[in-house]
Design a protein around this ligand. Structure first.
Ligand code: F6P
Length: 342
């Protein structure tokens, strides 16, 4: 590994929607920095802390036993003001006053856009670590928090299935991911849901209520009357799961109940996969700093740590798994009558 210059002090922050595993990533950043002889300054409440000069030194003792908790011990925020040029300039001045050489931003696409914006006004290195339950960043097989969110959604869907089955009801379970259907698709597959309403699919061909009803009827015709569980990504139906359930009951007399998972998907113990991913990527971020690179995301591809240009992470599209979609739509819960080959 070639070091372009001796980095002495790095900054770190968590930004945007918190994701299970952010604490594990923070711990890894602090432990790796300490290992390589660097000091760490953590900014509280994401970019807001950069503007408010709200910071604290972080040593290995400060990150003991935090990896098993979701949330973020250094807090997060969505900082609208950071989009302004003056805000980035202020942040740059604050970073320089603290003699910070490099900044690690743990967050999602909004946080990475903020990092790119800062880089136009600040000469230090900036490394992103993908922390979002949405899994909507290009260049990494998974983002930190995604596996946990899918697990929570699957667990909820399993529980809903028990009661749905007992009363032969339709359930609409609303999951997070306003712009990306990863949580919806994976949890639906993992829990055997009959239908998914996902942003990517809605963009292609929005579902109508009558298409939904036809699918419920076809499903009942194929496998007999029973429960029918639909996974709905948030913001994909006017009025969400509650409105759709009311419409199905009122207009089609289908016994139907809504269930909104909301922020439950961001809490509880991070899954082993997220803790391990966060640990690897946190260390990778520090090692990338030592390599002298900047404006990249520390990602993971096929088990290998990679560096992805920050801008690519939101400009390039991370598509849904087409094989999972095919299996759901053609084999498990056909949305069209598919011909039998024999
Ligand atoms: O981006 C992560 C995420 O959890 C999305 O899935 C969700 O739409 C959004 O954050 C919710 O944001 P907030 O916590 O600000 O309500």
């Amino acid at each position: 590994m070639s070091e372009s210059k001796q980095i002495q002090r790095i900054g770190v922050l968590t930004s945007g929607g918190d994701a299970p595993g952010m604490n594990a990533a923070l711990r890894a950043v602090v432990l790796a920095a300490d290992h390589y002889g660097m000091e760490v300054i953590a900014f509280r409440h994401g970019y807001q802390g950069l503007l408010d000069n709200d910071h604290t030194p972080m040593k290995p003792a400060d990150v003991m036993h935090i990896l098993q908790y979701s949330g973020t011990v250094i807090k997060s925020a969505r900082c609208q003001r950071f989009k302004e040029v003056e805000a980035a300039q202020e942040a740059a001045a604050n970073l320089d006053a603290l003699n910070i050489d490099a900044l690690v931003v743990i967050g999602g696409d909004g946080s990475f856009r903020g990092a790119e914006h800062l880089s136009a006004h600040w000469g230090g290195q900036i490394i992103g670590v993908p922390g979002t339950i949405d899994n909507d960043l290009f260049g990494t097989d998974a983002t930190i928090g995604y596996a946990t969110a899918v697990h929570i959604a699957m667990d909820a869907l399993d529980k809903i299935r028990d009661t749905a089955d007992a009363m032969d009801r339709v359930f609409i379970v609303e999951v997070m991911g306003r712009y990306a259907g990863f949580i919806g698709l994976s949890s639906a597959m993992a829990a055997g849901a009959e239908r998914m309403i996902l942003p990517e699919l809605q963009k292609e061909k929005p579902l109508t209520i009558s298409t939904i009803v036809k699918h419920i009827e076809r499903t009942n015709a194929i496998r007999g009357e029973g429960s029918y569980v639909m996974v709905l990504s948030e913001h994909q139906w006017p009025g969400g799961a509650v409105a759709l359930a009311e419409q199905l009951e009122a207009e089609y007399h289908l016994p139907c109940r809504p269930c909104l998972l909301g922020h439950i998907q961001r809490g509880g113990p991070p899954s082993p996969a997220d803790r391990i991913l966060a640990s690897e990527l946190g260390v990778h971020a520090i090692e990338l700093i030592r390599e002298g690179v900047t404006k990249v995301m520390a990602g993971m591809q096929a088990g290998n740590p990679v560096a992805v240009p920050l801008r690519d992470t939101w400009e390039k599209k991370n598509p849904l798994d087409s094989n999972l979609l095919r299996i759901q739509h053609e084999i498990f819960n056909p949305v069209k009558k598919t011909p039998r080959t024999h």
